[in-house]
Design a protein. Structure first.
Length: 367
């Protein structure tokens, strides 16, 4: 027992020592940039669109002479590596990327270095997707769910905005609206917000109570009463592909996903997107520097570039993301800025998972 305690204490000491070794707080930004160029490399553990991001970061590499390495990996694998290496003197991860949901499962102050060394920029975002990243996490990728539609089949002046109007559309145009309940979050965002509006309950409170669960029944009844008039798709991609092929006229989608498919020529470019007034969920991805990063200065310079107005404008143009810097230009987005007021937060856990389980049991299995 004593031996195990001593080993644990030693491991914690290693982690703390690494944190002090990577402290940049006493340096000016010019000194940090100079050290970053000496380090010459930053390893970014990110799980999505890796090939596209490798191309996007070339301008950073050319500007600073710092190589950015993006290893192959998954979100789950990257998370496991972060935790497995947390007590090593030097880890392999210089910049760690994760979704807002994933970051909420991590102890940011224990795992990451404060980002207070970054140049002052009030436009940067640390609160996104229900996460408060404080001094440790900054958002670099904003995403938003909404409804994609075929303007050749849908009157743009009469887009359904509420559950009642959606039901009217289902009745008028049977099986022209579809949504997924798994393999992607756009469909769950849709049915979750319909249930929220119809039940009148606060989904931001993650507590599961008999009263909240009982209130969902009216929403389940809503979906079951109209079951013959809408389709269930297999994934986010399946929904958009069916719109592009003309089978569907409307389906929930992710703004950045749709934009990316259009830019790559994989679906029709005339498909449009909107956020209904009832609200649909938005989220995002953030970055942080592990306390034992091998190249902390290069990591700081990279995060400064990644979250800058210029890079966020480029991401909006090239990927269709919602900019995560208030000074960025979002004129390339699929939706006008005015519609972003309809952005809703995901239901808090564990209530979110309870809603999903009950929707499958009470709606999907009843079809």
């Amino acid at each position: 027992m004593l031996k195990r305690l001593l080993l644990t204490a030693a491991a914690l000491t290693v982690g703390t020592t690494a944190g002090f070794a990577n402290d940049l707080s006493g340096m000016s930004w010019d000194q940090i940039v100079s050290q970053a160029k000496e380090e010459g490399k930053v390893t970014w553990y990110v799980w999505h669109l890796k090939d596209d991001l490798r191309r996007a970061i070339q301008s950073f590499e050319e500007e600073y002479g710092i190589d950015v390495v993006i290893p192959e990996g998954t979100d789950t694998g990257n998370n496991e590596k972060l935790l497995a290496e947390r007590n090593r003197e030097t880890g392999d991860i210089d910049v760690f990327a994760a979704s807002s949901d994933a970051f909420q499962t991590l102890d940011a102050s224990a795992l990451f270095s404060p980002l207070t060394m970054l140049p002052e920029d009030d436009g940067r975002v640390s609160e996104f997707g229900g996460l408060d990243g404080g001094d440790y996490i900054r958002a670099y990728w904003g995403n938003q769910t909404g409804i994609a539609y075929d303007p050749a089949q849908v009157d743009e002046t009469a887009l359904p905005q509420t559950p009642e109007e959606i039901a009217q559309y289902w009745d008028a145009y049977p099986n022209k609206f579809g949504f997924n309940y798994q393999n992607g979050g756009s469909g769950p965002s849709f049915y979750q917000n319909v249930l929220r509006v119809i039940s009148g309950k606060d989904f931001s409170n993650g507590e599961v109570t008999d009263e909240k669960v009982s209130a969902l029944q009216s929403g389940f009844d809503f979906f079951n009463e109209h079951a013959e008039n809408y389709l269930i798709t297999t994934s986010n991609s399946d929904s958009i592909t069916r719109i592009s092929d003309g089978e569907l006229a409307m389906a929930p989608a992710w703004e950045d996903h749709l934009s990316g498919l259009q830019k790559r020529g994989q679906v029709r470019k005339d498909i449009k997107f909107y956020i209904p007034e009832m609200g649909m969920n938005g989220g995002g991805n953030g970055v942080a520097i592990p306390r034992n990063a091998e190249n902390p200065a290069a990591a700081a310079v990279f995060i400064n570039w990644l979250t800058s107005p210029e890079t966020q404008t480029a991401f909006n143009r090239d990927f269709g993301t919602a900019p995560m810097n208030e000074a960025a230009d979002d004129s390339f987005a699929l939706v006008p800025a005015a519609q972003r007021k309809f952005r809703a937060e995901w239901a808090a856990q564990p209530f979110q998972n309870k809603v999903a389980d009950l929707f499958i049991d009470n709606v999907i299995f009843e079809r």
